[in-house]
Design a protein around this ligand. Structure first.
Ligand SMILES: [Zn+2]
Length: 76
């Protein structure tokens, strides 16, 4: 689900909101006026690259699930 960033045009308050793609707006939590979407990033993208995420590309094999079906191979 995308994470949208809004800036309120009334009070200048910045806030973020997780919304579905279909949602087109959000109200400022501060003054409850309609805010303007200023940026959209995906929630899966971590903000700030300083904390190296310990992400291992190869999960421990169990022989089942997605990788068992071969759906996560690079050529598939
Ligand atoms: Zn506001």
């Amino acid at each position: 689900m995308p994470l949208y960033e809004y800036q309120c045009t009334e009070c200048g308050h910045n806030f973020e909101k997780l919304q579905s793609m279909k949602s087109t707006g959000a109200d400022c939590p501060n003054c409850e006026q309609p805010a303007k979407r200023s940026l959209s990033v995906f929630a899966a993208v971590s903000k700030g690259s300083s904390n190296g995420l310990d992400f291992s590309p190869m999960p421990p094999m169990g022989g089942g699930g997605c990788c068992g079906g071969g759906c996560c191979g690079p050529s598939h």
